[in-house]
Design a protein around this ligand. Sequence first.
Ligand SMILES: Nc1ncnc2c1ncn2[C@@H]1O[C@H](COP(=O)(O)OP(=O)(O)O)[C@@H](O)[C@H]1O
Ligand SMILES: [Mg+2]
Length: 376
Amino acid sequence: MNDKMKTFDDLQVRRGELAAGYIGLLNAQPGRPLAMFAPRRVGKTFFLDHDLAPAAVEAGLLPVYADLWIQKANPLEAINHALEEALDDVNVPSSRVGRIGRTPVKKLGLIGASVDLGDAPARRPLPAPPQLRLDALVVRLAQAARKPVLLMLDEVQTLGDLTGGDSVVAALRAVLHKRRDILKSVFTGSSQEGLARMLSTAGAPMYQFAQLLDFPVLGDDYLRQLADHFATVHPGKSLALDDLRRLYLRIGSKPGLLKDVVKAMSAEGTTDVDLGVKHFLVTQEGIWAALLQPFEAFDRAVLLAIAKGLPPMGKETLDALASAQPGQPTVAKVRAASDRLRRAGLVTKAVGGPILIEDPLLAEYLQGDGRGLRLS
Ligand SMILES: Nc1ncnc2c1ncn2[C@@H]1O[C@H](COP(=O)(O)OP(=O)(O)O)[C@@H](O)[C@H]1O
Ligand SMILES: [Mg+2]
């Protein structure tokens, strides 16, 4: 691509070596899934898509992706659907020529109007119960593709929050074990606590069964690309790498967020990172307001308490919350509120650690005067 036509959105860090390392781990431990953990928006999905899937293909595997966060209500169906789609792709190549090549052609009309593609190969229908269907689909897909399947399950901690989530985990675990010759799996999770909860719902063995990995965040490579591109767009101006790094850490090592701030700086032609963040926060205000709007005043007050670093169940917090709702707030109400905030991805908790605002910029904003958000 011509450098001049490039935009900030085209900048990419590819991590082929990391991906190849993960494939190596999978191959060395048949039946044992990898569970990569990292906070939201640091690049897990991007990595699955751009690095791990190609590395899997390279290694002779068929990658299949399912996002359990988007399909919260029905995770097993979501996985089965992804496998079915993959099976369709293998069985029905998109071009007509491919089709003709695959099934015996019974009759070819001279004018081409009556091309009969022959009978689709008859097969027993797939079993209806989702657990059995999962197993049958894996087998069929691996047979049809003539290669093992790599099942990539994104945001798998969602299962830990779901009623009946443990039976999904149990089904997955059983299939992963039974089909270890033809099935490999990688999980991602953006909540360390959620991932641990999800893995332990299936009992201790699942904990040992999956290998937990800390997924590494992007480093200076990406910062350099941003600075280089900034310099191309603004000849004579340059972003100091140290400033960028400071900002990157401040926002929780989230490359997309960093890019957005740098884009805003680029639009204003400023190289002052602090000014850039200040302006960016103003544009974010409306987005956050919309995000928080559906929550009750009480939940928003709990969010504010968390942002201010108050232990949410502490007496000081309960006293402060008393003003946000009639009657004395109870620990149970606060817990329910922080659960709602957690499920919405607004707050997060590390195992044994404190509960925190997921987005460090939102935290900063709430710790300030929180203009315009009217939290209570
Ligand atoms: N390797 C990368 N190179 C460039 N940008 C990236 C890379 N990884 C992530 N990003 C940016 O960060 C954003 C969030 O990444 P994503 O993979 O969706 O995070 P996660 O899945 O961890 O929540 C992406 O939309 C993209 O803009
Ligand atoms: Mg993701």
